[in-house]
Every structure is written in structure tokens, then in C-alpha cells.
Design a protein around this ligand. Sequence first.
Ligand code: SF4
Ligand code: FE
Length: 493
Amino acid sequence: MPLMTGEQYIESLRKLNTQVYLFGKKEPNWIDHPIIRPSINCLAMTYDLAHDPEYADLMTATSSLTGRTINRFCHLHMSTDDLIKKIKMQRLLGQKTASCFQRCVGMDAFNAVFSTTFECDEKYGTHYHENFKKYLTYVQDNDLTIDGAMTDPKGDRGKTHRDQPDPDLFVRIVEKRPDGIVVRGAKAHQTGSINSHEHLVMPTQAVAEGDKAYAVCFAAPSDAPGLFMIYGRQASDTRKLEPGADIDLGNKKFGGQEALVVFDNVFIPNDRIFLCEEADYAAMLVERFAGYHRQSYGGCKVGVGDVIIGAAALAAEYNGAQKASHVKDKLIEMTHLNETLYSCGIACSCEGCATKAGNFQIDLLLANVCKQNVTRFPYEIVRLAEDIAGGLMVTMPSEQDFKSDLKVPTASNFSLGEWCDKFFAGAEGVTTENRMRVLRFLENICLGSSAVGYRTESMHGAGSPQAQRIMIARQGNIEGKKELAKVIAGIKE
Ligand code: SF4
Ligand code: FE
């Protein structure tokens, strides 16, 4: 089964015995749950688009491991061209879903684990790279979705691994056996974790030699004994439970998903271990995964930005304000910001280079600059979108009022729906429903459930702003720049 369809992907999830908790209860049919389903539909798009001949060049690739055609989300980037196509694929999916489509974390983890295990084996004579190649071949051949799991709960941020009052606040090895290891802990805010087939777990930060039980990388299926997940709720998520909800959802079909993934003494067999106490390789793995994921944001958020800009332009038209020069200028500003993010994504891809293992890595400095901009520009883009949309975006009555034929006993004897239609009309020739639809979309993306993916994830996903600033400081070569200045200024020290 080299390339699954979206439907086959959804059916494949049903075969797993994934343990999901939501609103204080275990949710046996989480796949069809109205709150969770949009995130599954969204991920299914990564499968469906791979079957569309128009997008085959972006959505599929030839496996460097087997020579077979695979979904690009399972691919090791073997050139800068692959890195560029990755960004273009993510922009495309952002445009088609206006959400976080979740599958990138696995792709970014594959590429980071592939190159790090190679270098770790080189130093220690371990066998992690072979383990990982076998594992990735299995993933590619079965077209699986993998949660690239990095972020630990971390407890007291002022304390490192060993100083935490609760040792489980970082994932760690609690037992070593001849046939494998037992791990314990959790990964927080895991994008797409519930609808992933497996989890590829990495350390969350550099690990000191004395904390080596925390230097662990492994893969576990979503239904491994001892593994369960608690779904992360989103703003306005219960709107999805309203009977017949459509317009009020803003984006009815697609959404993102995050969850807490708990490992309560999960057994990992030897062939699924990719790092086991080699503390000095934890930082390399973290840096590389974070670099790839910071590149990713120069694609996915740009695609979503395209939809937001389009919606803002439509809102202006439906309000009859499209000719106002300030509106035109705001759309130009939004486009400028969005394309700047794309430029960063493309630039760090073009400047990529081969790792020792042979796959390609992005330029780390430019990828961190990319993500740093993503922590800011989407906020400005939604500010401008809200400005253009107008206050009605957050004050209009519900879809049920618009659809109601309940007569209001006043002189006109209009129904509730007729009153809404009359007073929320915009530009001539535009239906009130269409005006409402575009405003609800903007509400959803600016401050509803989709704001998780577009705003706060832009801030904290792939590392919070300060994490990028640390990398920019490390990679920025201030010493080299001082030398440049000395030469020009004629300074001899
Ligand atoms: Fe992919 Fe973007 Fe979601 Fe990360 S935030 S998983 S890069 S869509
Ligand atoms: Fe993310």
C-alpha cells in the first residue's frame, strides 16, 4: 500500500486501539467525534492530494531507501530541491485546509533522526541508524502518519531534568532489559498525535551526562500498552457539537489538533530504539528537528495566510469597502508580510546542505529567522484582517437566528431570519449568508478554534521566540562581523 487515500487513512486509524480521553471521559469513537473529526479530515488531505496528478510533483517523491514512490511527508530530503518542494507542499496544504495539517512533525523528525543516528553510530559504534532505516522503510511502505514528539511537560522551568521534584516531567528510561527499554513520562501539545499511527519520541533539550536516562529516542505505536492521550480543547470547540452547525464554525471541515501523550511504563523493543543514553547527541537531535520545523512554518502558515488575505478581501467587497485606499493598502501589507515568511522558508531551503548521512538539512540560521518572523507576522496579518472585517465579525447573531422562521410579534411580522437578513445586509448583490460566512471564517481563524493553529502555534510551535533567539545568537557570527567592521573602519587592535 504505497499511497493511501484519505479514506483509507481514516479506516487505518479505526484498526488501532488508540486510547483517547476528552472532556473527562474515555472517547471510544474519537474518529467520528465532531470536535476531533476536522483534524482527521485535515490530515486526510495530505493523502488525497498525493493522488491528484496536478500536485504529484509536490506531494510525492522517490524514496532514497527503496526507490519506490512515496508520500513526500515520509521522505528524506535528498537535495535543496526537495527542501524547496517541502515548503511548496506545505503552502499548498495550508491553502487547501486553512489549518494545521499535522503531518509535518513526523517528516521533520525522520530527517533529524536519520542524520543524528548516523553520527551517533559513527562515534559510539551503536546500531541506531540501521534500526531507523528499517523503521522508516516500514513507515514509507505503509504510508503512515507519525507524531514527531519532542516537547516534554518540563515542570519547573528553572530546574533541569534531575532537579525536578517529579522525575516524570521529562520522558526517561526507567528500565533496561535485554530485549528493550521501558520508558515513562509524557509529551505535551502534540500536534496530530491522536490521529497518528505512531509516535517518534525525541529528547526536548540538551541532556547532561548525569541525566543520561533522559537521552532517549524511540518509536511506539499509538496503541502501545501504557500509552494514552488527553485531547487539548480549543476556543469555541463546543460550537462543533451544536446540531446542524455549519456557518458558525467558520471552517466546518478542517482543523488542527494537539494532545497530551502519556507513557506510563511503555515497553520499547530494541529495534525501535534510536538513542539510548548517548547524552551528547540529544542537543544535535533537538537542534535539527527544531530547524526543520522552523523551516516548515515558512510554508504552512503562508498557505493559511493566503486564505486569510482572500477572506479579508472578500469581507471588504461584501461590506462595499473594497475601493477604499486604506483597505487596498492593508491587503498589500498583509501580502507583503505573508510573502516575507515564504521568502524565509524558501531561503533556508535553498541554502541547505548535505549531512554526513546524506540527507539534506536547512540553513539553521535562516530557518530560525523564518520562525522568529512567524512569531510576529501572523499576529499583524490577523490584526489587519480584523480591521478590514469590522466589528460584526464578533457581534452578529448565531446561524440559528439567521435560519429561524420564528415570527417576531411586532408590526412588520417578520421572522427572526428576515430581521437578520435585513439588518446584516452589506453591499448590493451580496447575500447576507455569504457575508456571514466570510466573517465567521475570519472569527474562527483570528480568535476561534483555528486561532490555535494560526496564532498561538505561530508563537510557540517549533519552539517559543526565545528558543530562536538563542539559535540566532549562536549562528549569527558576531565575531566575524566585528572583523568586517574593523577592516572597513581601519581599526588595528
Ligand atoms: Fe505542519 Fe505547520 Fe502544523 Fe507544524 S504547524 S504540523 S508545520 S501544518
Ligand atoms: Fe506546529
